[in-house]
Design a protein around this ligand. Structure first.
Ligand code: NAP
Length: 283
């Protein structure tokens, strides 16, 4: 029996990168998946689109649908859960994966960039959770997974890269620290209702389009890179198990639960927590 047979999931930020990988894996495990992003088609020079992600999952035999919402806009995200539920039914799972970042020194980050990052990275996950929780409580089950980042903490000295890199990531990291703290509190509030809330962060760099700016670090330090399948495997564990309030890291979670890392179609075992990364993961 597939791990998510009969389950319905919403994954934000699923037009590319980690969100698309998680949605693909969840669909392969039997979930009907609603994928969301700010646009349906292409924009700028970004690879991957929401419509392509949905088409690829459907072609592979999965059940998938698209819902567009620019998560930086309060009105656009206000009814995302009910729009998502119109496709396949009530949501069992929400993966709050979409995030934005702007590299700026903490002494200089502008008010508009701070609001933008906090809106997409913190307020949207909170809003989507609050929209879904009444239904999840009524049904006595649910899983909410918030995708975080190790940048929620100041890196240990010596920094893996420059002082400048450690400093300009701080405002984005601050949004992820807020997300971690909110998640822990919410998790303990709703665990008694059968709702499992956790955060999961890549332990290392996942070379998605969004992480292209650290490709040079990845090329110099392949030990700081992990395969995208590691996040999909860990996300599956947290959205099918009974973990409460973990602020977890992909590789460590895979290792501590003794999981095998599968390909995104779920068919092949690629390895374990020591699986090395490729420099060109699926877009
Ligand atoms: N990659 C890493 O190494 C790494 C490390 C630490 C944490 N993370 C976290 O992992 C998650 C995914 O990262 P990623 O590297 O896969 O990111 P990515 O490649 O940049 O993809 C980001 C996704 O978010 C969507 N998105 C961006 N702005 C949005 C908005 N305003 N409204 C709705 N959707 C929006 C994008 O879709 P559209 O542009 O089509 O709207 C896209 O699907 C994020 O939470 C990130 O913070 C990643």
């Amino acid at each position: 029996m597939s791990a998510l047979a009969g389950k319905i999931a919403l994954v934000t930020g699923a037009s590319r990168g980690i969100g698309k990988a998680i949605a693909t894996r969840f669909a392969a495990e039997g979930a009907a998946v609603v994928l969301s992003a700010s646009r349906l088609g292409s924009h700028g020079d970004q690879p991957g689109t929401l419509e392509k992600s949905v088409a690829e999952i459907s072609t592979a035999g999965g059940r998938a649908a698209a819902e567009v919402a620019n998560l930086s806009e309060i009105e656009a995200r206000a009814d995302l859960v009910s729009r998502a539920e119109a496709h396949f039914g009530p949501l069992d799972i929400i993966v709050n994966n979409a995030a934005v970042s702007k590299m700026q020194l903490p002494s200089q980050v502008s008010a508009s960039d701070r609001s933008w990052m906090f809106d997409v990275n913190v307020n949207a996950p909170v809003d989507l959770a609050q929209q879904a929780l009444p239904g999840m409580r009524e049904r006595g089950r649910g899983w909410i997974l918030n995708i975080s980042s190790s940048t929620s903490q100041q890196p240990l000295v010596p920094y893996p890269d420059s002082h400048m890199a450690a400093n300009i990531i701080c405002p984005y990291g601050a949004t992820k620290a807020a997300l971690d703290r909110y998640t822990e509190g919410l998790a303990h509030e709703v665990a008694g209702d059968g709702i499992y809330v956790n955060t999961l962060a890549p332990e290392a760099i996942v070379l998605t389009p969004g992480a292209a700016y650290v490709r040079d670090i990845a090329e110099r330090r392949p030990d700081l890179v992990e395969p995208i399948e590691m996040m999909a495997e860990a996300a599956l564990a947290l959205c099918s198990g009974q973990h409460v309030g973990l602020v977890s890291y992909s590789r460590q979670l895979v290792h501590s639960l003794g999981l095998s890392v599968h390909s995104l179609d779920g068919r092949e075992i690629l390895g374990d927590a020591f699986l090395p990364a490729r420099l060109d993961p699926p877009a």
